[in-house]
Design a protein around this ligand. Structure first.
Ligand code: AMP
Length: 132
């Protein structure tokens, strides 16, 4: 193994592996176009292709995590970044006041259709509760 390969492996270990057949991994990698509103080394945020509210942004980790069911305590810094980005996006989209919703669906009965952890940021209208 060359020195370069060694450093790639270390970088992958730090950032986490991506899955080439995962839609959201491919959006994060820039392989599939999306309307991206934020990206950094850990997190990407892009507009949902089928918005359920005037503002509907998906906030995802670059690392492939199937759902919130997979999260561990060691993911704390990543989640801090993810929720911080969500707050920044809410402010920049102008929905922080009077309020908005963050939700993550898990599994079939939770309504999850893409198996890559994502937080929906929904705002721009009054949202009902409980959800259907
Ligand atoms: P969920 O059903 O909670 O897994 O959410 C998946 C979300 O991804 C849905 O709201 C879809 O509209 C959205 N979605 C699916 N494909 C794309 C895409 N290519 N770009 C942006 N959003 C997408």
């Amino acid at each position: 193994m060359s020195a370069d390969e060694g450093s790639d492996t270390a970088e992958e270990a730090a950032l986490g592996a991506t899955s080439t057949d995962c839609l959201f991994c491919r959006i994060a990698a820039g392989e599939i176009p999306a309307d991206i509103v934020h990206q950094d080394d850990l997190v990407v945020a892009f507009r949902d292709v089928a918005p359920k509210a005037p503002t509907h942004v998906l906030v995802i980790p670059r690392r492939h995590i199937a759902s919130a069911l997979e999260l561990r305590e060691t993911d704390g810094p990543l989640l801090g970044r993810l929720f911080g980005v969500a707050a920044d996006v809410a402010r920049s989209e102008g929905v922080a006041d009077p309020g908005y919703r963050l939700v993550t669906n898990i599994g079939a009965w939770g309504g999850q259709s893409v198996e890559h952890l994502h937080v929906h940021l929904l705002g721009g209208r009054r949202l009902g509760w409980p959800p259907g």
